[in-house]
Ligand binder design. Sequence first.
Ligand code: SAM
Length: 250
Amino acid sequence: MDNLTEFIFKPIGIIHSCYTQKFGIPRQPGLVTAATAELELLPPFNRRECLNGLEVFSHLWVSFIFHHTLSEGWRPTIRPPRLGGKKRVGVFASRSTHRPNPIGLSVVKLESITQESDKLSLQLSEIDLLDGTPVIDIKPYLPYSDHIIEASNGFAPPPAANKTVTFSEQVKSFCQQYQQTTGRNLYLLTSQVLSQDPRPAYLQNSSGREHGIQLWDVNIRWHTTPDTFHVNYMEPVNNESDSSFTTRRH
Ligand code: SAM
């Protein structure tokens, strides 16, 4: 049994994601269809033959390390946001990032496989992965077995994306220019992320506040009214500005 007490895994790839900070990442994949990432395979796994046959699958299981919360360790019980942050459940009844083995599992959409000299990558969408996430495995998603129609949602029914999101003229033209330069649909991404209401539970009934979020390399400001979220300003991230989540009364 001794040789079964510890396992060492090497990352086979790294995620370059639209989510450059934790705030705003949806709770699960598939909720924000415009969320994209590149999964770059790392040597010695960046061999085309490792991916032979994968291109005929539409979706993949990606196993990864919750690297950003590693230093915080694990907890035997957690308070899931879906229970209002008040009731505790066991870590193994949750999808918490604070696990004894900090391994995450997400079904993502495979858009394409790309290769530029030594750089072999999978282009993904519908992701819930932070930029820089180390990936430890990739497997094809098999709907005949993995999609269980009668499965119950337990205490985590599908979240409602029910916030109306509006944009200022400055933001609309920023998004247009950004898409022309980078090919990224920042307008749709922002709209889908905010419609999920990424605010912490204790702020979800408040209005009249201004909030900040970073997607890709862009700082985004929006304020809340009882009915809508209005995105009033976008600017490229620069090193001097603070890109972390902030909130203040408007
Ligand atoms: N779908 C995965 C699972 O079930 O294992 C992840 C679920 S977890 C509840 C989703 C959250 O993990 C996201 O909202 C984000 O805040 C966080 N997250 C994503 N990538 C991460 C990383 N590399 N390190 C730490 N937290 C991460």
